[in-house]
Design a protein around this ligand. Structure first.
Ligand code: PHE
Length: 345
């Protein structure tokens, strides 16, 4: 009886070895493990005979059983490692890649044309001593309108289609002129500042997007005149375009400047007057920015002495400037982020 058990145990080893030789995938291996070591497996089956043994023989057979169990475990683990390695090798062999294929080029990023024109603009004004300021995009009615001499029932409010926030106290700023007020509230003259930023108006077509960029300018000192305004802006235009570019100041209206003007430049596309120029529509001139002498009413709202100080302000539409500088005909191209467009600049 005892001898029988011992031989059966011994033979489990050779049996397992033979089975393992033909096992070559993890699934099969798992089944083999269950077959030999599982709850109803071969080892358990043999050990059932243990109860019928003479009690004095039990320790010897028990010890042998443990020894065999351990040896089976080791063989299975070894086989598992072998099978896993085979699985990896197969995978690697299948996942070959063709090292002779050309690589995918990494394209270099570009500075967005709007950023380029902004960088250029601010560097020109910086050289003239202007400091850069910024202000909030969500504004109150006071900074966007009231303080700029646009009272609640003033018809000039209709000039700009405003996005109001619920409750009508707050709005998305319609122009960067708001920053004029913030800077004057916090500083005393002399002031030379530019304020770049995003502004919002409720319109959208080929020449208008609900969000666009402006650069505001403000220069305040004693005895500042319209001649200073003309000098600064003419110099700016000639540096952005070229020295041949002509400027003209056309009377206009803004509630916060008096007198106000629209600055036109000679058409940068047809150079002189050409009847069929689609850009200047045959006029020879392009409208480029709004400007004027700061209205005394604005000084009053920030507590400046309008008898002592004078100044000028201007507002440049950045998209428009970039369109003219780079010859772009659709405003929306700036915001679609199409690589084919952006990579041209
Ligand atoms: N804020 C004006 C606009 O958005 C532009 C402007 C700025 C005009 C400063 C005069 C002076 O249309």
């Amino acid at each position: 009886m005892k001898e029988n058990l011992l031989t059966s145990l011994e033979s489990l080893q050779t049996e397992l070895q033979t089975v393992l030789k033909s096992v070559d995938d993890p699934q099969n291996l798992q089944e083999t493990r269950v077959l030999f070591l599982g709850k109803k497996g071969k080892l358990t089956q043999i050990l059932k005979g243990l109860g019928k043994l003479d009690p004095k023989d039990r320790p010897e057979v028990g010890a042998k059983a443990n020894e065999i169990k351990q040896s089976l475990e080791e063989k299975l683990t070894e086989a598992e490692q072998r099978v896993q390695a085979q699985v990896y090798e197969k995978q690697i062999a299948q996942d070959t890649f063709d090292i002779t294929l050309p690589g995918r080029p990494v394209t270099r990023g570009h500075i967005h044309p709007l950023t380029q024109i902004y960088d250029l603009t601010s560097s020109i004004f910086e050289k003239m001593g202007f400091q850069t300021h910024t202000g909030p995009e969500i504004e109150d009615d006071y900074h966007n309108f009231e303080a700029l001499n646009i009272p609640v029932d003033h018809p000039a409010r209709d000039l700009q289609d405003t996005f109001y926030l619920p409750g009508l106290k707050w709005l998305l700023r319609t122009h960067t002129s708001t920053v004029q007020i913030h800077v004057m509230e916090q500083n005393q003259p002399p002031i030379r500042m530019i304020a770049p930023g995003v502004v919002y108006r409720a319109d959208s077509d080929v020449t208008h997007t609900p969000m666009f960029h402006q650069i505001e300018g403000l220069w305040i000192d004693e005895k500042t005149t319209f001649a200073d305004l003309k000098g600064v802006l003419t110099l700016f235009i000639q540096q952005i375009f070229d020295e041949e570019t002509q400027v003209r100041f056309r009377p206009s209206y803004f509630p916060f400047t008096e007198p106000s003007a629209e600055l036109d430049i000679s058409c940068v596309f047809c150079k002189s007057l050409k009847k069929d120029c689609v850009i200047c529509k045959g006029t020879g001139w392009l409208e480029i920015l709004g400007c004027g002498m700061v209205d005394p009413a604005v000084f009053k709202s920030v507590g400046y002495d309008a008898e002592k100080y004078t100044g000028f302000a201007f507002g440049i539409g950045l998209e428009r400037l970039a369109m003219l500088k780079f010859g772009i005909n659709d405003l929306r191209l700036f915001f679609e982020n199409d690589h084919r467009f952006l990579s041209q600049f």
